[in-house]
Design a protein around this ligand. Structure first.
Ligand SMILES: *[C@@H]1O[C@H](CO)[C@@H](O)[C@H](O)[C@H]1NC(C)=O
Ligand SMILES: *[C@@H]1O[C@H](CO)[C@@H](O)[C@H](O)[C@H]1NC(C)=O
Ligand SMILES: *[C@@H]1O[C@H](CO)[C@@H](O)[C@H](O)[C@H]1NC(C)=O
Ligand SMILES: *[C@@H]1O[C@H](CO)[C@@H](O)[C@H](O)[C@H]1NC(C)=O
Ligand SMILES: *[C@@H]1O[C@H](CO)[C@@H](O)[C@H](O)[C@H]1NC(C)=O
Length: 352
């Protein structure tokens, strides 16, 4: 070996060591990142926990993962229901069968159904989510559930832009679901009354539109959703939300002179998520102190508490029920959970 090559050795050695170190740190980084994720997902998704949590809620009913009405229910078996909408299908069976016959699927997409652990976030429409910067975190859940006509365009930083399912009723439908949803978003009709089903029937069969009365707001007469993305929520969930979660009196039809109060789409969506998901987080829930009628209630638009005054919902009952769900740990509220969102934003983003 010449003196010249001997002199080069240390430099080569340093270079090799440097490269090794780099690779080592790179692998360490990947390892920590992936193991962190695995551990956290496992902690969040421990199946004992979700059943434990469910039991602790004392609903006294099993979880049900079958969320949507299926044509077979009407075709092969007699769908027996003692209650009419919104709590059962009594009296609306034929309309529902006709609507279901025009649809192409009654299930969740396979890639969601087959997830080993389903992490869900229910995004409420409340003003509280404004300026929350939760958009990125929300986009990282497997399943993002949104409500009614809540927009995402222009609000992405706070509410994200991914939508797996959107629960709605005709009055809260917007004529082109493509504007605020993904191409694959499931548009899930929550039927409150028979006319809601007839509205969908007239749209799907392009029949003469006969409905203007009987809605508190005229629903769109043109609705551009694809049949493949439409589902109908089983009224079972509305019934269970009213009876098990809110303990509302179930009297349909309503007694005379008495408006019966029904669950809001929001609390309904949380109950649906508790049935279908292994992890249930929520954001954008809660109304302002109802004495302050000028306070905005949504993160968009100009609605104030005043517009909720004569609603069909009992907001104080819902607020108490929601608090019970949060206190039990079955539901985590991102808007009330500074540990999760403020101190460890990176954690939240990488967990899901
Ligand atoms: C899941 O349940 C186990 C056993 O009860 C408990 O030790 C653990 O802390 C729970 N994990 C979470 C994330 O709640
Ligand atoms: C639970 O439900 C069963 C039947 O549905 C009923 O017999 C039982 O009394 C219920 N228990 C509670 C605690 O509500
Ligand atoms: C949100 O942030 C903007 C800009 O920083 C501010 O003008 C606005 O008052 C904030 N709104 C709320 C509800 O905090
Ligand atoms: C959401 O926003 C991101 C970043 O702007 C974009 O890449 C993505 O395509 C959007 N997704 C949807 C469903 O709009
Ligand atoms: C809501 O429910 C509570 C408890 O059942 C009841 O006392 C209250 O009067 C209800 N409020 C409205 C506005 O119906």
């Amino acid at each position: 070996m010449s003196l010249k090559t001997m002199k080069k050795w240390p430099r080569v050695l340093v270079l090799v060591l440097l490269l090794c170190g780099l690779f080592y740190y790179f692998y360490l980084y990947i390892f920590i990142k992936s193991s962190n994720k695995a551990v956290l997902v496992k902690t969040l998704c421990d199946s004992r926990n979700i059943s434990q949590k469910w039991e602790s809620l004392n609903f006294n009913v099993s979880r049900s993962e079958k969320l949507f009405l299926n044509l077979e229910d009407f075709f092969w078996q007699l769908y027996l229901s003692k209650l009419s909408l919104p709590y059962g299908v009594k009296g609306s069976e034929l309309f529902l069968a006709k609507v279901l016959a025009a649809m192409t699927s009654y299930d969740m997409p396979g890639k969601i159904k087959n997830l080993p652990c389903r992490s869900c976030v229910v995004v409420g429409n409340g003003f509280v989510i404004k300026n929350s910067s939760l958009g990125n975190a929300i986009n990282n859940y497997d399943i993002v559930i949104r409500l009614n006509n809540a927009p995402v365009r222009g609000y992405e930083d706070d509410v994200g832009n991914k939508t797996t399912m959107r629960l709605f009723y005709p009055e809260s439908a917007s004529f082109d679901p493509g504007l605020q949803n993904d191409p694959g978003t499931l548009m899930v009709l929550v039927p409150f009354k028979q006319k809601d089903v007839i509205w969908l029937k007239e749209i799907l069969y392009n029949e003469k539109r006969t409905l203007r009365k009987g809605f508190w707001k005229i629903p769109p007469q043109i609705w551009l959703a694809k049949p493949s993305q439409i589902r109908i929520l089983d009224p079972y969930f509305m019934h269970q939300t009213a009876s098990r979660v809110l303990h509302l009196p179930i009297n349909t039809p309503a007694k005379r002179n008495k408006i019966s109060s029904h669950p809001t789409t929001g609390i309904l969506a949380i109950y649906v998520a508790l049935n279908f998901c292994d992890v249930v987080h929520i954001a954008g829930f809660g109304y302002p102190d109802s004495k302050n009628i000028k306070y905005p209630i949504h993160y968009y638009g100009h609605d104030t508490m005043k517009s909720m005054k004569n609603s069909y919902h009992n907001l104080s009952t819902e607020a108490k029920a929601l608090k019970r769900l949060e206190d039990s740990g079955a539901v985590v509220n991102l808007c009330r959970s500074p540990v999760l969102t403020k101190a460890q934003p990176k954690l939240l983003y990488t967990v899901f």
